[in-house]
Design a protein around this ligand. Structure first.
Ligand code: NOJ
Length: 556
């Protein structure tokens, strides 16, 4: 296996708008982040991924960029950015920026020009089509509800927007667009950043002719997904990007890729293909969805394990996996896969044990390290465009408010965007002003200050996991053998590297269950590395596991 620094590291994701406000305007900012770098150092992470900090009208909180080379006014200045990067590097922290180039903002100067006339030099930077009689050019729906096309009177044509209508899709078929993107990437690499997380990068190539998607009887829109995801030229574009830019720097890349399966993923991340280092794939994140994310379904541990193992096996020795259980788009992991009430601390630690002892690079989302939880707000208190549009569309279709709220409580993106809980003072110490999104009311109990004062906190457990990963190459590079794949309570596996073995035992639920070593196993002695309860024995062949108990042993 090829050793790489980005395999050995742990990434911490910051959602800057909600991390720390330094000037009292209620929005997080770069100086706020600078003030918390020592905290991140103490946690032990080595890479910080910043969600977008570029100039933006904030229709989608910065995922709609109006200038790729300027900093969002709310977040500060380019001088603040330079200082942030310098302060990070001083502390041995690397910086990964978000690259959002499937689309820009409609306020980007390219789009402002593009919409002016059909012969404008920027016209072809975006995807414009004539309507189909008085309908949009095709039947694709947008991820944020409604049609994926917006009519523009100035030229009597529609433009494509897979996300909001203020996020027009860039036309990657146009070589000039690709050059602009590569130049922008070089601009940031020359400043010294250490990598990119690439937003929906598998959507950049659309099927020629943009045909209609399949549409069920009860569907409002056709399913364009197979026609714009993993499209015909995506690998050609990524290889070009790699040749022109990525290969010239010692950096890391992770591509967000909704809807990839392990077979498709190989084309993006296998090391001999010179495309990307890792992907964010969402198979596990879809485990509790039926017909779309808002349609809630129960999930089973056997399915969960199956997905994890399938991805491990598919990329083993050839590519690399990223490991995450939440991010700025996904609900809090302890609320979703653990128990955010009685066993919040135990279950958060158990889930963290999985993430940090599986093969792949773990990603921690801000607040995860103190066990922050989902929220339940009134509908008027939500700020996320996805929630707001979905609620409007579905109530217009006659769905009940209560039912929609249940889905929002479970899956809404604002669950993870509430301000970071620093202490138990007003607004959780996030801002002296009025926070842009309500603080989770549980901040009085769940906050960084409390976590740092409690030696048994989730924070210190993460700190230890991160340290153990650094000290034990087996955790990074070891092979995985799953035990008891059909067990609906226990997730257990053995890692192997050179002549070492590591055993991980996780009780995924609150019932007490018995763990036995497989009868053919030769190990009888074990050295405990980490556990989320007190453990006073090194005997491992017959353990009664407590609710959400997690133990990791080196085996002899
Ligand atoms: C994926 C991002 O993670 C999400 O937050 C955003 O809304 C869409 N891409 C559009 O950029």
């Amino acid at each position: 296996m090829n050793k790489q620094w980005w395999k050995e590291t742990v990434v911490y994701q910051i959602y800057p708008r909600s991390f720390k406000d330094s000037n009292g305007d209620g929005l997080g900012d770069l100086r706020g982040i600078i003030g918390k770098l020592d905290y991140l150092n103490e946690l032990g992470v080595e890479v910080i991924w910043l969600s977008p900090i570029y100039k933006s009208p904030n229709d989608d909180n910065g995922y709609d960029i109006s200038d790729y080379r300027a900093i969002m006014d709310d977040f500060g200045t380019m001088e603040n950015f330079d200082e942030l990067l310098e302060e990070m590097h001083k502390r041995g922290l690397k910086l990964v920026m978000d690259l959002v180039v499937n689309h820009s903002s409609d306020e980007h100067k390219w789009f402002v020009e593009s919409r002016k006339s059909k012969d404008n030099p920027y016209r072809d930077y975006y995807i414009w089509r004539k309507g189909n009689k008085s309908n949009p050019p095709n039947n694709w729906g947008s991820f944020f509800s409604g049609s994926a096309w917006q009519y523009d009177e100035a030229t009597d044509e529609y433009f494509l927007h897979l996300f909001s209508k203020k996020q027009p899709d860039l036309n990657w078929e146009n070589e000039k667009v690709r050059c602009e993107v590569y130049d922008t990437m070089k601009f940031w690499f020359q400043k010294g950043i250490d990598g990119f997380r690439m937003d929906v990068i598998n959507l950049i190539s659309k099927v020629q002719g943009l045909p209609d998607g399949e549409k069920g009887e009860n569907d409002l829109y056709g399913n364009g997904f197979p026609l714009f995801a993993n499209g015909p030229r995506v690998h050609e574009f990524l290889q070009e990007m790699n040749r022109e830019v990525l290969s010239k720097y010692d950096i890391m890349t992770v591509g967000e890729a909704p809807g990839v399966d392990p077979d498709t993923a190989k084309f993006y991340v296998n090391e001999d293909r010179d495309e990307l280092n890792m992907l964010f794939q969402f198979e596990l994140m879809d485990i509790d969805s039926g017909n779309g994310k808002w349609d809630l379904r129960p999930w089973k541990l056997t399915t969960f394990k199956n997905i994890m193992v399938k991805w491990y096996e598919a990329l083993k020795d050839k590519g690399w996996n990223s490991l995450f259980l939440n991010n700025h788009d996904q609900p809090r992991m302890v609320s979703r896969f653990g128990n955010d009430k009685e066993y919040r601390v135990e279950s958060a630690k158990m889930l963290a044990t999985l993430l940090h002892t599986w093969q792949g690079t773990p990603y921690i989302y801000q607040g995860e390290e103190i066990g922050m939880t989902n929220v339940q707000f009134d509908i008027a208190e939500y700020k996320d465009i996805e929630i707001i549009n979905m609620f409007k569309e579905k109530t217009a279709q006659g769905m009940k408010k209560e039912e929609l709220l249940e889905s929002i409580y479970a899956k809404g993106r604002d669950n993870v965007r509430t301000p970071m809980q620093w202490d138990n003072s007003k607004n959780a110490g996030f801002t002296e002003g009025e926070p842009w999104l309500k603080v989770n009311p549980n901040y009085t109990d769940i906050n960084v200050k409390q976590a740092l004062e409690d030696k048994n906190s989730i924070f210190y457990y993460y700190q230890k996991l991160i340290r153990l990963r650094k000290e034990n190459p087996i955790i990074v590079y070891g092979d995985i053998k799953l035990l008891y794949k059909d067990d609906e309570n226990i997730f257990s596996y053995i890692r192997k590297f050179k002549d070492e073995s590591l055993l991980v035992i996780l009780n995924f639920f609150e019932n007490e269950v018995e763990f036995r070593l497989p009868t053919d196993s030769k190990y009888r002695e074990a050295e405990l590395l980490i556990a989320n309860y007190e453990v006073d024995t090194n005997i491992i062949d017959n353990i009664l596991l407590k609710p959400y108990e997690a133990r990791v042993y080196i085996l002899h």
